[in-house]
Design a protein around this ligand. Structure first.
Ligand code: AMP
Length: 554
């Protein structure tokens, strides 16, 4: 669809063979066009083919397998028609949510099952009848062995992030699960990497599969002169992070890319609420609405344009200084197109990308394609922002001095100089000017946790399976929110002491600790998260009862 076409959307999704119920769901979610992996995978999967899909998180792979699956399965039976196996609890929840959203109009019942959650609760829902189960292998096997998950009617089996599952030592569990599934089924295997182990399980479980991988030719000619920076930040902190970056960069005009229409609308609303001047542009808008927005942007009454790829494609904005990827684009090619909007006519442009820690692999793909470095760096700190704000004030004061015409203020300074030192009078005046003119309230300066790339490891390195089931099986970590921070005098050793003492877990099962003014975030091994939450809720930290919950960061 081009920016001038009708806003009725999803023509391209319809061309892939998806039915009206799914198309309506996609329109409601604000998806404007399929990503490359979706374009390649969906028609083949609708024909019932087995598939080996090579795609990382962030490419749209979940919809690539979930949409056809939702179209082909029979719903409403007493046993599940589809099983999606994923490596971690977070992914189970995330994939189940996606399946639920896509399948809403078909009344599909989906259940995530993973370790750490109550067995009884999962059992109750399984008994009521579930169409799609999204599970971590360990917990799926527990249910199969107890006879509470029966797979005799399964039509579709998906192994998602298979390389991660193998890295976590789930190979045997997968084998045992596949043995319970009818031989006559459709099997899909998605992996970010293709090594001998993936090839071997593909050969074992898939029957005459199509292989889908999005090979992109190198596109180095088109890559313009652009300073490329990425920040790793989880979704709940993205808005605050964007605000901080905008304050520091002070773009003259920036194009901010989101993936969906809904995200565009939400971000515009949020930015305007924070005092920025933003307008949105997406495929659901009429030509008059687009023209009105472009006029504002050209006239300088708006300096941030938030857009989807589809809507931005035909736009010509000459004075852009910054491109911001609020979401990492689902294909490296779109990244190149997006950043091509700045750095024209020999001027250096700036491209900024906010990536979730899990999307670090996508950034690497982009670097391979463009043969250019994306510098992954830390977000500006509160101290950086304050320094920047003071710089702005210094520049304004300097400008006022250079401009002159200060005589009429002399009487104020002279009157005060009887009582105060001249330097102090200057400080008082600067403070007033600073607080009155520099944007951004210091009360807004919340802490944003520093993120590391997700499970970054060297080529060929395996993450060893450890003794405890929590880590060996769960592998990943869960972030816990603890409602006590620096203001209560909390130090890392207090948190470690409380967790090891109250919950009986070992220090090795505790990961990074981030303490901010009023709360703390602590990473613990997936398998012990629930246990730690329960234990800390019934105990005290530094003599206080505190709020403790799983931080749904992702
Ligand atoms: P995944 O790679 O499956 O983790 O998907 C990454 C993100 O892209 C998710 O937030 C999806 O909701 C979103 N997404 C997937 N397909 C599309 C699409 N065609 N248009 C816009 N957003 C999408």
């Amino acid at each position: 669809m081009t920016p001038t076409s009708s806003p009725s959307a999803n023509v391209a999704f319809a061309e892939l063979g998806l039915g009206p119920e799914l198309l309506t769901a996609l329109t409601e979610l604000g998806y404007e066009e399929p990503t490359p992996i979706q374009r390649a995978a969906i028609p083949q999967l609708l024909e019932g083919r087995d598939m080996l899909g090579l795609a990382a998180t962030g490419t749209g792979k979940t919809a690539a397998f979930a949409l056809p699956l939702l179209q082909v399965i029979e719903t409403g039976a007493s046993q599940p028609a589809a099983l999606v196996l994923v490596p971690t609890r977070e992914l189970a929840v995330q994939v189940a949510q996606a399946v639920h959203r896509y399948g809403k109009k078909r009344s599909v019942h989906v259940l995530p099952i993973y370790g750490g959650q109550s067995f009884q609760q999962q059992l109750k829902v399984l008994k009521r009848g579930v169409d799609v189960v999204v599970a971590t292998p360990g917990r799926a096997l527990d249910h199969i062995r107890r006879g509470t998950l029966r797979l005799g009617s399964l039509a579709v089996l998906v192994l998602d992030e298979a390389d991660e599952m193998l890295d976590m030592g789930f190979a045997e569990d997968l084998e045992a699960i596949v043995a319970e599934v009818p031989a006559q089924r459709q099997t899909l295997l998605f992996s970010a990497t293709l090594g001998p182990r993936i090839s071997s399980i593909a050969a074992k479980y898939l029957s005459n599969p199509v292989e889908v991988r999005i090979e992109e030719e190198e596109d180095t000619d088109a890559v313009p002169l652009v300073r490329q920076t990425a920040y790793l930040v989880r979704r709940p902190h993205k808005l605050a992070a964007l605000g901080r970056i905008l304050d520091l960069e002070s773009p003259d005009a920036a194009l901010v890319f989101c993936r969906t229409r809904n995200e565009v609308d939400e971000l515009v609303e949020a930015l305007n609420g924070r005092g920025y001047r933003a307008e949105g542009m997406h495929g659901g808008m009429s030509q008059e609405e687009r023209d009105r927005v472009m006029k504002k942007l050209r006239g300088g009454t708006v300096d941030l344009l938030v857009a989807t790829d589809v809507a931005a494609r035909g736009l010509d904005i000459s004075h852009l200084t910054h491109v911001v990827n609020y979401e990492v684009p689902s294909a490296p090619k779109s990244y190149v197109h997006r950043i091509g909007r700045v750095g024209r006519a020999g001027r250096e442009g700036v491209a900024i990308t906010l990536a979730e820690p899990r999307e670090h692999a996508l950034l690497k793909n982009i670097e391979r394609l463009t043969k250019q470095k994306i510098t992954v760096t830390s977000l500006p700190t509160v101290a950086d922002l304050r320094t920047r704000r003071l710089e702005l004030t210094r520049a304004s004061v300097r400008e006022a001095i250079v401009e002159g015409e200060l005589d009429r203020f002399r009487v104020v300074v002279e009157a005060l100089s009887d009582e105060f030192d001249l330097f102090d009078i200057a400080l008082g005046a600067v403070k007033m000017g600073h607080e009155a003119t520099v944007p951004g309230s210091e009360d807004d300066d919340q802490e944003i946790p520093i993120e590391k790339p997700f499970r970054e490891k060297k080529r060929g390195e395996r993450i060893p399976a450890k003794g405890s089931r929590g880590q060996a099986r769960g592998g990943g970590s869960t972030s816990l929110f603890i409602g006590l921070g620096r203001s209560a005098g909390v130090r890392p050793k207090d948190l470690v002491g409380a967790i090891t003492g109250e919950a009986g877990v070992t220090g090795r099962q505790i990961g990074s600790i981030h303490i901010s003014e009023r709360f703390s975030l602590v990473e613990v091994a997936d398998g012990v998260a629930e246990q730690v939450v329960q234990a800390l809720r019934s105990g005290k930290i530094k003599g206080k009862k505190v709020t403790v919950r799983i931080d749904r960061g992702r």
